[in-house]
Design a protein around this ligand. Structure first.
Ligand SMILES: C=CC1=C(C)c2cc3[nH]c(cc4nc(cc5[nH]c(cc1n2)c(C)c5CCC(=O)O)C(CCC(=O)O)=C4C)c(C)c3C=C
Ligand code: FE2
Ligand code: FE2
Length: 354
């Protein structure tokens, strides 16, 4: 006789053995699914081609009509950018693990969050990327196989944008569409003004500033940009970024001249939200500012945009324009304060489920 026992952590006895022929029952646990943007599998041309194709085919990222965009994507973009981007990824690649820093850090955040819930076997923590590997769909499969019928989905973007938060949620539901027994889902809201987030950022800035051998005249809070037209159509991202910086200023006792907001990582020829980070550091240097620090509050993990673009390209722009001292303040990553903040937000979202 084929008797199967349900995986039902705290209700296992109530469910009991299943009758012959009954399909397996897996329920009663809760998954926490961390999600970030995603990253290529390698630095070679085809790894970058696959990653960029998936990323830049997302209509939340590029809103152009496909008939116009695809010839540009498959023509100009995918013939040149994989090589250039691959060379940039190679500069920051984690050679020990043979993966990008974004992947290493997101995995570590997952492991550390899992450790925080280690004493509660109802909670399972997983991670999945919007583009590339490991996928969100695969993460959901692993969670449901372990008996999760509820999922707290956590897009790791403090500031909401349709280009990040929304498309991560789209991808989650795209996977759920294929499931007969779909788990119940809660999605963690953007946390750009959460006191725990502001406090973690402020303490990280303070700690890193005390380690420097200089006091930066200006600190830039540099966020990833979005096209200006997305902002004009109602994406609240710009407002979320400005509020994060304002709260940081209030907490750190800095004025608008000492802590400024800028936007980086432009893509394409259209206008993006301003002021641009590279143009700002160039201007500051030309005005006689000799020392700056840059922090990236919009990135929950260091990645190509913070390590290569800010600590590499933007540092060089500043130095070439006459700057003398430059510091990059790391993202919260898997730091104590950063993890305590993520855990606090997850525990809040678990209310009523645990
Ligand atoms: C139109 C293009 C893009 C928009 C809009 C965009 C928004 C956006 N992106 C992030 C966070 C990250 N972006 C990263 C890399 C990256 N971004 C784009 C383009 C757009 N991003 C590209 C083409 C790339 C790949 C690298 C390159 O070729 O330059 C990353 C890092 C990934 C990594 O592997 O390290 C992050 C993180 C946010 C927060 C955002 C809008 C708010
Ligand atoms: Fe990006
Ligand atoms: Fe970039």
């Amino acid at each position: 006789m084929n008797i199967q026992t349900a995986i039902d952590s705290d209700k296992a006895k109530a469910v009991g053995p299943l009758p012959a022929g009954h399909p397996p029952v897996r329920q009663g646990r809760i998954g926490v699914l961390l999600s970030n943007l995603g990253t290529p599998d390698g630095t070679d041309y085809w790894s970058l081609w696959r990653y960029l194709r998936e990323f830049l085919s997302d209509p939340r990222i590029i809103e152009l009509n496909k008939a116009i965009w695809y010839p540009i994507l498959y023509g100009a973009v995918l013939t040149t950018r994989p090589q250039k981007a691959g060379a940039n990824y190679a500069k920051i690649w984690n050679r020990e693990k043979d993966e990008s820093p974004l992947r290493t850090i997101t995995r570590s955040q997952t492991e550390r969050l899992a450790a925080a819930f280690a004493d509660d076997d109802r909670v399972v923590v997983e991670w999945g990327m919007r583009y590339g590997n490991p996928s969100i769909e695969g993460a959901v499969e692993r969670l449901t196989a372990q008996g999760c019928d509820r999922i707290v989905f956590f897009p790791l973007y403090p500031q909401y944008s349709a280009t990040t938060t929304a498309t991560a949620n789209d991808q989650l539901y795209r996977g759920l569409m294929k499931m007969r027994r779909m788990p119940t889902v809660r999605s963690v809201p953007p946390y750009y003004d959460e006191p725990a987030y502001i406090e973690a950022l402020a303490r990280s800035i303070e700690t890193h500033l005390t380690k420097l051998d200089f006091e930066p005249e200006v600190i830039l809070a540099s966020y990833h940009g979005i096209p200006k037209s997305y902002f004009e159509k109602g994406d609240p991202y710009h407002c979320h970024c400005l509020k994060t910086t304002r709260l940081l200023r209030e907490r750190l006792g800095m004025d608008e001249k000492r802590l400024m907001t800028t936007f980086q990582s432009l893509f394409g020829k259209a206008e993006w939200i301003k002021p641009y980070t590279d143009k700002t550091v160039e201007r500051l240097a030309s005005e006689g500012v000799k020392s700056i620090a840059i922090v990236n509050p919009g990135f929950s993990a260091d990645c190509i945009e913070t390590l290569e673009e800010i600590d590499g390209e933007v540092r060089e722009v500043f130095m070439r324009a006459g700057g003398e001292k430059f510091a990059h303040i790391p993202c919260l990553n898997d730091s104590e304060d950063g993890m305590a903040m993520l855990e606090q937000l997850v525990r809040r979202e678990l209310a009523g489920w645990l």
